[in-house]
Design a protein around this ligand. Structure first.
Ligand SMILES: [Zn+2]
Length: 276
């Protein structure tokens, strides 16, 4: 069984004591690729270092996280740095996506305009370079949807294609259908540990979602799936999410692994590497 953790923060200091062991546990669980979203310049060094050390299993993204914009007078410099890196990646680094980017109005609503500006700018950076985006949304699903709707159309008019993943998808089936329609099937839905929680809205949605639209992720060290809930999350645990999706869809875990791995490989351009 082959899995891809499409959203892992293995470079986070939560793994300073056992990063290598966590990577080995991921491999043992069948997770052969870890896609690592960037947050901001404070963690770029750790991100690049990990990807250089493990180039055959760790692929970085580049982007400015919405919560890094709150209370940050230097956010425009951070945004400029993202574009600089996309045009001139550091030695030994290839970015597989622009991420993570998006809107997060949960912690603070004071930077709505700044977050929106940075989000739109990064969506355009991605479309221009034909890179997928990894979108973080918290307490902002409606605002995010309307920006995606207009940016998707605008990109199309420019002859570009906006595509990517709604990371940590946590909404219902109706929202899934809306988002799928307005992006004409060019976006995937990132399913993580939340799907294993009791009374999870997204678990109900997954019963109705097409397997062709799903990719799997952990968002480690956060959002730990059952049965490890309450402890640190890690990429190996993406197998629990695969198992839960299989249960909800009434199919085998191998089918889930196969299709979601193929989906992720297609979206992030890792087809050739995965067949090696
Ligand atoms: Zn994340």
């Amino acid at each position: 069984m082959q899995l891809i953790d499409t959203h892992s923060h293995l470079y986070d200091e939560a793994f300073d004591a056992d990063r290598h062991a966590a990577l080995e546990r991921a491999h043992d669980a069948g997770v052969h690729w870890l896609l690592l979203p960037a947050i901001d310049s404070e963690s770029h060094d750790a991100l690049f270092m990990l990807c250089r050390k493990a180039p055959n299993c760790c692929l970085p993204m580049m982007g400015l996280h919405p919560t890094s914009i709150n209370d940050n007078p230097r956010w425009r410099e951070e945004l400029a740095l993202v574009e600089k890196y996309l045009d001139n990646p550091p030695t030994g680094i290839r970015f597989c996506a622009v991420g993570e980017i998006g809107l997060d109005f949960y912690w603070s609503q004071e930077s709505i305009n700044e977050q929106t500006e940075a989000f739109v700018a990064q969506l355009r950076m991605a479309a221009k370079r034909d890179l997928p985006v990894a979108i973080h949304t918290r307490a902002a699903w409606e605002q995010m949807s309307s920006i995606i709707a207009s940016e998707y159309r605008a990109a199309k008019q420019r002859g570009e294609r906006l595509r990517g993943v709604f990371h940590a998808y946590s909404e219902d089936a109706a929202t899934y259908r809306q988002l799928k329609e307005l992006t004409e099937g060019n976006f995937y839905f990132g399913i993580g540990g939340v799907v294993t929680y009791k009374k999870s809205i997204v678990a109900e949605a997954v019963r109705e979602m097409a397997l062709e639209d799903l990719i799997l992720e952990t968002d480690c060290p956060y959002l730990t799936p059952v049965p490890h809930r309450g402890t640190r999350n890690e990429s190996a645990y993406v197998s629990h999410t695969a198992q839960k999706v299989a249960e909800l869809q009434g199919i085998s875990v191998e089918q889930v692994a196969d299709q979601t791995t193929r989906n992720a490989a297609t979206l992030f351009g890792i087809n050739s590497e995965i067949s090696e």
